[in-house]
Structure formats: C-alpha cells, structure tokens
Design a protein. Structure first.
Ligand code: NAG
Ligand code: NAG
Ligand code: NAG
Ligand code: NAG
Length: 351
C-alpha cells in the first residue's frame, strides 16, 4: 500500500471510529458493561441482510430504502430490518455488511460492532435466489478468524443472530409445485441448521439467537386470493412443524452444551400479534396488504416496464403498513415485531 493511501485510510478510519463511537453513545440502548467488548455476528437471509445482497436484486432499486437510509441500499424493506433492531437492542450500531467491508479500504474500525454475513434470499441449503447459503456464510466468518481479522478477544461476550425466514421452503414449494414432501424436508433443514448453530458456537461466539419461521401462510402471495383477508393455514401448519422441531432441537443442543448458549426468537408469535394489531404500534393499511404491490400476479415491488412506467403501486405512508412488499415487513412492521420481542431478548441475551 502506498503511503498516501495508507495515510488516507488511517485518517478516514480514525474519523469513522470517532463518529461511530459518538453515535453509539446517542443511540445506545443497552451496553452490558461486564460483557464488553461486545460484537454482533449476523447470518441468514433478507430479514437480516443490511447490504450484502447482489446488486441486481430488488433491495438495490427504488422504492426500497425510501424511509432509511433514504435511498436503495440493499435492505429488503423501506427502512431498517430486524438485524438493525437486534443491534440497537445490544447498544451497537448495525454491524457492517461483509460485502461492504471487503470493498472498503478502511479496515479495523469498521469492525467495531461485528459483521453481518446475511444475504437476502438464502437458506440453509441453496435456494432459487442468488447468494451464499448459511454454511458458506459461516465459512466467510471462519476465514476472518483464521486471518485474525477478529481475534479470540473480540469474541468474548460476542453474540450471534441467525435469521431463517423460509427460503428453503419457498424453493421447495416453487420448484416442486406443491407442498408435497415438505414434512421430511423440514427435518433435513432443521438438522442442518442445528449443525450450523453448533459450528458458530464452536468458533467462539458466546450466545446465539435463531429465528423461528414467521406465519408463512400470512405472507401476501398466499393471502392475495382472499384480497389479503385470510392466511393460508396449510402453510402455517407446516411452519408450526418447523418451529416445533426447531424448539426440540435447540433444547437438545442446549442440554449438550455448557451454559445453554442457544435460543429462539419467536417470529411466529410476534408477527401474529403485529398483524392482528395487538401491539401498541397500529397499522391502518389492512395488515395483510403490502405497501408496495406489483400489478402482476407475481407481486414484485420496484419493477418498471421498458418505458420506465411503474409496474407496482405504493401506499401513501409506509408507516401505515405492516408488510412492505410480498415477503418483508416495513420498517414500522419490524418495529412492531421488535417491541413484541424485547422481553425475550432481555431474558436471553442479557443472562
Ligand atoms: C447476481 O445475480 C445475477 C442474477 O440474479 C447473476 O447472474 C449474477 O451472477 C450475480 N452476481 C453475483 C456477483 O453473485
Ligand atoms: C422436491 O421434492 C422431493 C421429494 O420430496 C425432494 O427430495 C426435493 O428435495 C424437493 N426439491 C426441492 C428443491 O426442495
Ligand atoms: C392454501 O394452500 C394450499 C397449498 O397450496 C392450497 O391447496 C389451498 O387451496 C390454499 N388454501 C386457501 C384457503 O387458499
Ligand atoms: C420450547 O417451547 C417451550 C414451550 O412453549 C418453551 O417454554 C421453551 O422456552 C422453548 N424452547 C426454546 C429453546 O425456545
């Protein structure tokens, strides 16, 4: 590296670290002093991805990101996603996306809060979407540990957030044309997920939270037929099976591991409560109807025709809608989910 570049990156990094330190003091929600240095390592899919996804994906086109950061920047929402709220809960800034870090000349200070390895569309196994599956994301993390980008000391008090929203099942259903054979596939997915969680722990992360799957049958593609009035209970019962199996598997993992490091973030219950408008945050849009809705049956948000005319409709106020697009909550939706989850996060992350 030539001197000028080195100097520039040192300065830039110094400034960045001051700025991020200040921001943390303002934003900090909870910084347990006994478990510093705290870092957050994020794995999984679009409910956690803050900018890793392939630039050809919807998350990089208008109107994604209009609420935060104000322009499309790789989040599958109008604004913040669940990983951002988990970071906030821990008193951290949202950790830098792996892809952003790789392409930056500014190294260490950017790593202060951990790293986000989640890619929208991915699953435990390969899916119909691009992006590295969870095992490959963990490989990235392992390489950074081998290269001492993160040290053993960095992992003291570190925590992990793993999001698994169901892209494996979406892939299974759409490539097989039905839910047939899904039951045995669920077992395969949960078993591999358990191996992945154990591996993250084995690499030195102290606490690991994994999401249960949301009520899949309440996602817009499955409620559109009923004008966004009714969830499809067939799909919800499959999700119920996944979540039950995940519960048993995580219980078993904890029995086999000192300190019971694993816990489940119950997105099924928190989504359900938000969709039913039971929390303090209320949604005016019919709660099952997304803010950004494709005009075709494919429900794609953000698509335009060859003349640039929108092939989607956008609600007036994204805050009024729980769902942003066909698969993802709006920032306000995530806020509602987060507020339903806060007690669980306190119970498990902080003890
Ligand atoms: C991004 O996705 C497109 C298609 O979805 C694919 O052709 C391309 O190879 C991907 N690029 C990367 C870097 O993964
Ligand atoms: C389709 O179903 C078969 C039989 O259940 C299963 O083995 C296969 O993995 C499924 N395909 C996908 C992409 O999940
Ligand atoms: C729910 O989905 C299943 C499987 O695709 C389908 O057979 C069923 O008709 C759907 N039910 C409703 C109420 O739409
Ligand atoms: C499994 O479910 C039981 C009953 O709902 C609950 O008390 C327990 O905390 C769950 N275990 C995990 C690991 O989430």
């Amino acid at each position: 590296m030539d001197t000028q570049k080195l100097l520039c990156s040192v300065l830039c990094c110094f400034l960045l670290s001051i700025l991020s330190g200040r921001q943390q003091a303002v934003q900090g929600h909870y910084v347990p002093s006994d478990i510093r240095p705290l870092k957050l390592f994020v794995f999984g899919d679009s409910y956690a991805d803050t900018g890793n996804t392939n630039k050809s994906q919807a998350a990089w086109i208008f109107p994604y990101g209009i609420t935060f950061p104000g322009k499309p920047a790789g989040r599958f929402s109008d604004g913040r996603v669940l990983a951002d709220y988990v970071a906030k809960f821990l008193g951290l800034e949202s950790p830098i996306p792996y892809e952003g870090w790789k392409s930056s000349s500014c190294g260490i200070p950017l790593l202060k809060h951990g790293m986000n390895f989640a890619y929208g569309g991915t699953g435990v196994f390969d899916t119909i979407f691009p992006g590295p599956k969870m095992t490959v994301q963990i490989d990235f993390f392992e390489h950074l540990l081998k290269d001492n980008v993160f040290t053993a000391k960095d992992l003291e008090g570190s925590v992990s957030f793993v999001s698994l929203a169901g892209n494996d099942y979406f892939t299974h259903i759409s490539t097989n044309g039905s839910a047939e054979g899904l039951q045995s596939f669920i077992t395969t997915v949960v078993n591999q997920l358990a191996i992945n969680l154990k591996r993250i722990h084995g690499l030195g992360v102290k606490k690991i939270a994994v999401t249960g799957i949301v009520p899949f049958g309440c996602l817009p593609p499955f409620t559109g037929k009923s004008s966004f009035q009714q969830c499809n209970e067939t799909y919800n019962s499959f999700v119920g099976f996944h979540n039950l199996l995940l519960n048993q598997t995580v219980e078993k993992l904890n029995r086999e591991t000192k300190d019971s490091p694993f816990f489940i973030i119950d997105l099924y219950a928190s989504f359900t409560s938000a969709i039913k408008n039971e929390g303090s945050i209320k949604f005016e849009n019919p709660p099952l109807k997304p803010c950004c809705l494709g005009v075709s049956s494919e429900y794609f948000c953000g698509r335009v025709d060859e003349n640039g005319a929108k092939l989607y409709t956008l609600c007036e106020n994204p805050k009024s809608a729980f769902f942003w697009d066909a698969a993802h909550p709006s920032q306000q939706g995530w806020r509602a989910v987060y507020s339903a989850l806060q007690a669980t996060l306190e119970q498990y992350f902080l003890h």
